[in-house]
Design a protein around this ligand. Structure first.
Ligand code: SF4
Length: 361
């Protein structure tokens, strides 16, 4: 039976080679071909040992997922992809161009079981965890799409041949509910001979999953974490984010502060605050955020809700956002308002995939 190539780290490929008495140096050639050159038939490379030429197509599936749909935003050129997995489940990822960066927001689960009240993905429940290779393949697919669409890069004024430079795990799912696969995917994606993403360019978002954080930061003490706060008052937070009942946000912040003080003193914790009209958008809410985060090494992003048609939550007014930002800023915290990309293409988490679940084959 074939196995997915994207689930293999360099050390796994080296083991594969040595078990077949093939020089392990060829493991690096394969990583380079797939991740740097988007070559999914690496057995055709010159100078590969005959044994490898024969065994590679028999043993590996080089890509198991496909891009089922890509929609480009008319406003900011971000691209939302629907990715179909081998069992026909659908996930989504978003490619977001910035001045010097190309960030890919990826999914880590099909659906999510955390039940955050404002989140579209939550309405799907958890269908299943992604496997490590399905996390890695999202970058592989995005880079191949870039190679096939050079016109898009010139439209967004990025140099030709630019590939994904940053990755955020903020798409569908709670990444730390699937921490083993996330850790394995990070190992594969940071491999210098392969995709070579720097660890600091991978951001793992969490609603506050303490067990997962402990495991992630034990494996990668300098991993960048983004905490989805959305409400600073713990009792109210438990009502909109049930995970807070198990792991109160104060406990999570204490843990992160103590961990980074030892392992990465210059790091900041990114705190994301989704602003929803009539739910968490008053100056009292902003003051509670400042109280909670006072003295912590944080950067706060205020993100206005991306409304979905028929949804019950509404985006805040721009002046409300500005007033919240100013209050937090005056309390000596780093804060900015960030608009989510792709407002016209359903870029809110889970918005496209929930609509487009494809029938099983
Ligand atoms: S916001 Fe994140 S953790 Fe909460 S339900 Fe949605 S995907 Fe899950």
């Amino acid at each position: 039976m074939k196995v997915p190539f994207a689930g293999f780290a360099l050390r796994d490929l080296q083991q594969y080679c040595s078990e077949r008495e093939i020089a392990v140096v060829h493991a690096a050639t394969l990583m380079r071909a797939v991740y740097k050159e988007s070559d999914f038939e690496p057995w055709k490379k010159p100078l590969l040992p005959l044994k490898l030429v024969k065994s590679l197509p028999e043993d590996f599936d080089f890509v198991t997922s496909t891009i089922a749909k890509a929609r480009v935003s008319r406003y900011d050129q971000s691209v939302k992809f629907l990715v179909q997995l081998s069992d026909s489940h659908v996930i989504e990822m978003v490619l977001m161009p910035e001045t010097k960066r190309l960030t890919l927001c990826i999914s880590t689960q099909v659906g999510c079981r955390q039940g955050c009240l404002f989140c579209h993905t939550a309405t799907m429940g958890l269908k299943r965890n992604l496997l490590a290779h399905e996390i890695v393949e999202q970058i592989v697919l995005a880079n191949r799409w870039l190679a096939q669409n050079p016109g898009w890069l010139s439209e967004v004024r990025l140099p030709a041949f630019t590939r994904v430079t940053n990755m955020v795990m903020m798409g569908m799912g709670e990444p730390l509910d699937n921490v083993d696969a996330v850790i394995k995917a990070i190992e594969i994606l940071t491999e210098p001979l392969g995709a070579h993403l720097a660890l600091r360019r991978i951001s793992v978002s969490t609603a506050g999953h303490k067990d997962g954080l402990v495991q992630l930061l034990a494996a990668y003490p300098k991993a960048a974490v983004a905490l989805s706060l959305h409400e600073a008052d713990s009792d109210k937070r438990s009502k909109i984010m049930p995970i807070n009942k198990k792991w109160p946000v104060e406990e999570i912040l204490r843990f992160l502060r103590d961990h980074y003080a030892v392992h990465n003193p210059r790091a900041s914790i990114l705190v994301q605050y989704l602003v929803i009209a009539g739910v968490n958008d008053t100056l009292a809410h902003a003051a509670a955020v400042a109280d909670l985060l006072e003295g912590l090494p944080v950067k706060v992003n205020l993100i206005p809700l991306n409304e979905i048609s028929g949804g019950r939550f509404v985006a805040p007014e721009a002046r409300v956002l500005g007033a919240m930002r100013d209050l937090i800023h005056h309390r000596k915290l780093r804060v900015m308002v960030r608009y989510s990309k792709g407002q016209d293409i359903g870029a809110a988490c889970g918005q496209l995939a929930a609509k487009a679940e494809l029938p099983p084959t």
